[in-house]
Ligand binder design. Structure first.
Ligand SMILES: Cc1cc2nc3c(=O)[nH]c(=O)nc-3n(C[C@H](O)[C@H](O)[C@H](O)COP(=O)(O)OP(=O)(O)OC[C@H]3O[C@@H](n4cnc5c(N)ncnc54)[C@H](O)[C@@H]3O)c2cc1C
Length: 392
């Protein structure tokens, strides 16, 4: 067993960390206050090659397909700027879903995403279909060489900023997730209506909107992948996203720990630094223990993927554990800062607001626990074989 990162991974870690600390961290407060996707920041990320880091080289990407390397990059970004890390992960997810497209679709949509010239969006959630994706109602019916889409999607990240959106819609009357197709809807498609920009608790350096479809017409050639298989294909392509959500949480948990250690040494009460009180030391130690455990689990999930092994359950475990640990670390950091922790001028309240979303998106932590429990209770799963009966 080798826990050492490769030279390349160490280099990514250092370069991305230095860049995020110097170039992004000074802008974070202003972006958080203003709210919305920031193109100036996106262009800085593009100069570093980050929007296309995980994209295929033939379309201008960097071709880094190691999930572990991607997780290391995302953690370092998230340590200094949560929104940039989450926006990059969203971009990579859209790139992955697009790779099932045909040549024409790939050359049209992939290259500008990899270069950072544009961004895309992914619309699956509906007002009445969140965790219960199978109950989605948006339809796309075939009419004279066009798909005509009707329905509503909510919480669409980069809705209104994106040049195109991958929309999940029913193309047949089949129940459940069968019959759901992925469709490419351009920004200027007739019948696409943008809702108001949502005001959010955290992850404020992104734009989130409702998208409505009122007889929205798109050419039949904009079907992405196989008809009726869109949902299943997308979910398969997006499993790595759970590991990268864990990495976003790790970055913010590390930031919470760094700020807490610094403050515990500086803040004097009862004539001593608060870090000399054992109750404060206990909080700091628990933060460090849980952060390391979460990082190991996240790296293991990524390593399994990189080594061609089943990693689905580990991705769910890493997502759930790392995001819960980060939420606890954020709340504890605010406690260590006392009343100052509650103030905008100090760094920890924004961590608490940002981290909350990691427990909700990419499948809520309750849904991840259901996935894990289902595998534990099933006699035939690969997880059981992998994990070994002696450990169950
Ligand atoms: C900032 C932000 C960005 C997002 N970006 C996107 C995007 O780009 N594209 C997109 O398609 N979606 C996006 N989402 C949507 C996100 O994926 C959903 O919010 C998430 O899947 C949960 O769905 P929901 O909000 O409808 O909650 P619900 O499914 O209504 O869940 C409510 C609560 O019930 C729990 N629950 C639900 N079912 C069960 C069950 N069977 N057992 C136990 N507990 C259960 C949930 O865990 C949760 O705690 C985004 C959301 C946010 C907030």
């Amino acid at each position: 067993m080798d826990f050492k990162l490769t030279e390349e991974q160490e280099l990514f870690k250092k370069n991305v960390g230095d860049f995020a600390r110097q170039e992004l961290a000074p802008l974070v407060r202003e972006i958080d206050e203003k709210g919305g996707f920031n193109w100036e920041v996106w262009r800085k990320l593009a100069l570093m090659g980050l929007p296309g880091l995980a994209g295929p080289e033939e379309y201008g990407g960097v071709g880094v397909d190691s999930l572990l390397t991607q997780a290391i990059v995302v953690e370092e970004l998230a340590r200094y700027d949560f929104s940039s890390a989450a926006n990059i992960v969203s971009n990579w997810s859209i790139i992955h879903v697009l790779t099932v497209g045909n040549e024409e679709q790939k050359s049209r949509y992939l290259a500008p995403l990899c270069s950072g010239e544009s961004v895309g969006a992914f619309a699956q959630t509906e007002p009445n279909a969140g965790s219960d994706v199978a109950s989605m109602r948006t339809t796309a019916r075939l009419e004279d060489g066009y798909y005509v889409i009707n329905g509503e999607k909510c919480f669409v990240t980069q809705g209104g900023e994106a040049e195109f959106t991958i929309v999940m819609a029913r193309t047949s009357n089949e129940m459940g997730t069968n019959g759901i197709s992925a469709l490419l809807v351009d920004k200027d498609a007739p019948g696409l209506i943008l809702g108001q920009k949502e005001e959010k608790l955290g992850f404020r350096g992104s734009t989130t909107r409702v998208l409505a479809f009122d007889d929205c017409r798109i050419p039949v050639t904009n079907l992405l992948g196989e008809k009726g298989k869109g949902f299943k294909t997308a979910m398969k392509m997006l499993t790595g996203g759970r590991v990268l959500t864990a990495a976003q949480a790790l970055g913010q948990a590390q930031a919470a720990l760094d700020a807490s250690v610094k403050y515990a040494k500086e803040r004097i009460q009862f004539g001593k630094p608060i870090g000399s009180f054992q109750l404060i030391q206990g909080i700091l130690a628990d933060m460090a223990i849980q952060l390391e455990a979460a990082r190991l689990l996240t790296h293991q999930a990524a390593w399994l993927k990189d080594n061609g092994q089943p990693f689905n359950i580990y991705a769910s475990m890493a997502k759930t554990y790392a995001t819960d640990v980060a939420m606890k670390a954020a709340v504890d950091a605010v406690q260590i800062f006392g009343g100052y922790g509650f103030m905008r001028d100090y760094p920890v309240e924004s961590i608490m607001r940002n981290v909350k979303i990691t427990q909700i998106y990419e499948g809520t932590n309750q849904i991840q626990r259901l996935i894990i429990a289902r595998e534990l209770l099933d006699e035939k799963t690969s997880f059981r074989e992998m994990y070994g009966n002696n450990k169950m």
